[in-house]
Design a protein around this ligand. Structure first.
Ligand SMILES: [Zn+2]
Ligand SMILES: [Zn+2]
Length: 174
């Protein structure tokens, strides 16, 4: 969804959009959208030459366990508040100084605000930093690639304390 800035009334307008399956991709190999698809609602308005967009997004993400790469589902809800400046305005501003307020400042072409891009970025920001299929996930064996949650492989001994290596040789009769 895109919103034309020229069509905005002085007072701004409310918008909402329910994405359909396949309509939006997060363009991230590790994060995918599940049903129910994202829903966004918010308000867009002009303020001293800038465009301000604020609202709320909900979505259902499929992520990968950080340790074993198994799919993990996560429902996310995020509030957002953004300010858009045209490219020229943005450059003029940055020639002066960077202020903390600029962290939420995005650049647009002056004609349309791309809500799909906003939703994609906000959903990725809202995704949890640490993803585990279970708190005690044992991960994948770096040697043989076996899922350690399912079975203990023989590579385990390779991680043994090197101080015991000599003793092991004794026991094995080498
Ligand atoms: Zn896992
Ligand atoms: Zn292994």
């Amino acid at each position: 969804m895109q919103i034309e800035v020229a069509s905005l009334a002085e007072s701004g307008k409310d918008f909402d959009h329910q994405y359909q399956p396949g309509e939006l991709s997060l363009e991230d190999e590790r994060v995918h959208l599940l049903d129910p698809q994202p829903y966004v609602r918010g308000r867009i308005r002009m303020d001293r030459g800038r465009v301000k967009v604020a609202g709320k997004i909900t979505g259902h993400l499929q992520l990968e366990c950080d340790r074993c790469l198994k799919p993990v589902e996560s429902a996310v809800a995020a509030k957002f508040s953004r300010e858009y400046a045209t490219g020229a305005d943005y450059q003029a501003q940055h020639a002066v100084e960077l202020s903390e307020d600029d962290l939420n400042l995005s650049v647009f072409d002056g004609a349309v605000i791309d809500i799909d891009l906003l939703v994609r970025e906000e959903l990725l920001l809202a995704a949890p930093d640490q993803v585990l299929c279970q708190q005690a996930c044992q991960g994948i064996c770096p040697t043989c690639g076996a899922d350690r949650n399912a079975a203990v492989c023989d590579c385990e001994t390779a991680d043994a304390d090197p101080r015991w290596a000599g003793l092991k040789e004794l026991v094995n009769g080498k």
